[in-house]
Design a protein around this ligand. Sequence first.
Ligand code: RIB
Length: 299
Amino acid sequence: MRILNFGSINLDYVYSVEHFVQPGETILADELQIFPGGKGLNQSIALARSGIPVFHAGMIGEGDDFLIELMKKAGVNTRYIRSSRESRTGNAVIQRDQSGNNCIILHGGANQRISREYIDEVLSDFSEKDFLLLQNEISNMAYLMEKAHERGMRIILNPSPMNEALRSCPLRYVNYFILNEIEIAQLLGGDEKREEEQIHEMLKRFPSSKIVLTLGKRGSLYAEEGMDYRQDIYPAKVMDTTAAGDSFTGYFVSGIWKGYSAKESMDLASKAASLAVASAGAEPSIPKIEELEAAFPSS
Ligand code: RIB
């Protein structure tokens, strides 16, 4: 049983600001830092640092091979990563405010160069025994889901960012959804609902899926047919929330892969997220399993 993460690789330009810029306003950033990032890269690194094998497929621009080296060093199998001649590595412009909250603008770059031929080539090495982990920062998502489903792979989707293109993907093939409050509201549409109602509506729409809903400081919810569960956060001094969701996703998937129950996997994921928010940047903030075990000795 292997995990293939077909996902984005970005460079994050993180601007520390007093507050998020408003329409028509110009503000001065206190600091600019550049970090490796991308939900794909972050989640692969979280999986590798949690101690399990992960294959990453995705595209970078020419000249950014240091990102591949960094992933390799973290323990990610990078044999399927390719370089694009036509596009630069994807990037994110991130504003980080004084409370550690962020807002993100993405430029897809090479992440949007994922072709059907490349997908076919990578998927031909995987089978019904394997998991496919996806976010929504690369091109040809619908094709990827169709082809993975045809091969019997189990699909885990973090529908982030949520957009029209994703709505028209064959979401019925998804075995696990891991999403936040904004994404679930966008996916369901309609009236504003309480989180418990939202997660049950998701289950109604996707009865054979398992749903994980992350709620920031308010913890997270898990639901599958006949069972639901609320997980509290492990409180931390928040420095930067970037990649907290990716650490959560990586560690949750790691728990499932290790055969933990959903409850145990949610607990592990919450511990990882609590360590991630306490340090700056995306990739650098993703904890190693040893750090997690040291911080939470009963883990
Ligand atoms: O989840 C955080 C990530 O979202 C950042 O690293 C950024 O690149 C965007 O993909």
